[in-house]
Ligand binder design. Structure first.
Ligand SMILES: Nc1ncnc2c1ncn2[C@@H]1O[C@H](COP(=O)(O)OP(=O)(O)O)[C@@H](O)[C@H]1O
Ligand SMILES: [Mg+2]
Length: 376
């Protein structure tokens, strides 16, 4: 969908040549979000601006839908590509609705169509409809940023370029707007180039990440690939010493949990529980209620006496949902000082257990798979 080939940009300045972008090659498939990541001055913005021809390139090619961007009429190209930047650039003398509808108006949409589009978009970014008639200066920075996003999406362009769009928003609201944006993207499936200097944002948002240094692309891959196999010290430093912890954010508990664990019901005898525990080589067993929800736990010391499981069971201190990520699981294990958790589905039914051990095995196995892929 977007293909960049041998891209170069050299600025001529009074202090001589600045080679802002050098020999950059990468490809973003349709519907994917690719993060351009790297420290300040490494060429991210320059690369982005060459895609919509805000900056002419020195050499190389950029294709959108297999068509050279140089062959597009410039108006057609820009209509194809939404552009969202940190400095927002809302027009102060236009209402929010007029700001959002700049492109739809240019495309000749009726007033009614424009209004409906603006109303849908503000709804999508969780703003109140009342903002439509307000002016940019009456909104907070975060609200303005959302309006900027609406404007970029208004003409329904298949491609979006986003240059640190959430950079000016405070951390709490940034998390919220990132989550909303990801939800939107799951439906809209735009092809997106997204500039960031924040590794956490990149890992969270990117299908792919391109790491730049001094105008060169040093590594291109999935977030997990970058975290598990940084190609050099620069990437390793950039992704951080806690990269294994970051990987845990990318993996759902459902991918690492152990499903074949013994369980008993409250009416079962302790004898039955003891046999199951021994067979499984476990040190505890979860007690389920009639609906399959975990209601308690028996540990080895509880199993010597007589009676029913229900009478001897201890309440479970906590459970965790299988749709959460491994970070959540580990964090909860720390909080409750336990080395395993009962995992439940959306309905609260027991689906298995997650432990420190199953997590380390999972991280290790998927790193190994990545190595093999890398070697092939
Ligand atoms: N118009 C320009 N004229 C001269 N040098 C520029 C110009 N724009 C960017 N540069 C230089 O190109 C390099 C890359 O800049 P930029 O793409 O803005 O980096 P990033 O977005 O990664 O922070 C920097 O060294 C910057 O100073
Ligand atoms: Mg920049």
């Amino acid at each position: 969908m977007i293909r960049v080939e041998d891209l170069q940009k050299t600025f001529q300045t009074e202090r001589g040549e600045v080679r802002a972008v050098q020999d950059v090659n990468f490809e973003v498939p349709e519907g994917e979000l690719c993060i351009l990541l790297g420290p300040s001055g490494c060429g991210k913005t320059t690369t982005l601006k060459m895609v919509n021809r805000l900056i002419p390139r020195t050499s190389g090619k950029i294709y959108i839908n297999e068509r050279d961007t140089d062959e597009y009429d410039i108006v057609e190209l820009r209509r194809h590509i939404g552009y969202v930047i940190q400095q927002i650039g809302l027009f102060p003398n236009m209402t929010v609705e007029e700001n959002i509808c700049v492109v739809p108006k240019m495309l000749g949409w009726s007033k009614k169509q424009q209004h409906e589009r603006a109303a849908d978009l503000v709804n999508m970014v969780a703003l109140d409809q009342s903002v439509l008639s307000r002016y940019p200066k009456e909104l907070s920075g975060g609200q303005q940023q959302r309006v900027g996003l609406c404007r970029g999406l208004a003409g329904d362009p298949p491609v979006l370029l986003m240059d640190e769009p959430f950079g000016a928003i405070d951390p709490i609201n940034r998390e919220i707007i990132q989550d909303e944006f990801l939800k939107m993207q799951a439906d809209l499936k735009k092809t997106i180039l997204f500039v960031s200097h924040d590794i956490d944002e990149a890992v969270k948002m990117g299908d792919k990440i391109a790491i730049f240094r001094d105008g060169k692309l040093v590594q291109f891959g999935t977030p997990d690939n970058l975290l598990a196999h940084p190609v050099n010290d620069f990437v390793a430093d950039f992704v951080g010493g806690d990269r294994e912890l970051k990987r845990m954010r990318l993996i759902k508990i459902s991918e690492a949990l152990k499903r074949e664990v013994p369980t008993v019901s409250a009416t079962d005898t302790l004898d039955t529980a003891a046999k199951k525990v021994e067979q499984a080589g476990a040190n505890h067993i979860v007690v389920l209620d009639d609906d399959g929800r975990p209601e308690g736990v028996l540990t080895q010391g509880d199993l010597d006496s007589k009676g029913s499981c229900g009478d001897s069971a201890h309440p479970l201190r906590t459970t965790v949902q299988s749709i959460k990520d491994l970070r959540t699981a580990v964090s909860r294990m720390f909080t409750y000082n336990t080395d395993w958790l009962a995992v439940v589905d959306d309905d609260g039914k027991f689906v298995g257990e997650i432990s420190y051990r199953s997590i380390t095995e999972m991280l290790h196995a998927s790193r190994k798979r990545g190595e093999k892929k890398g070697a092939a």
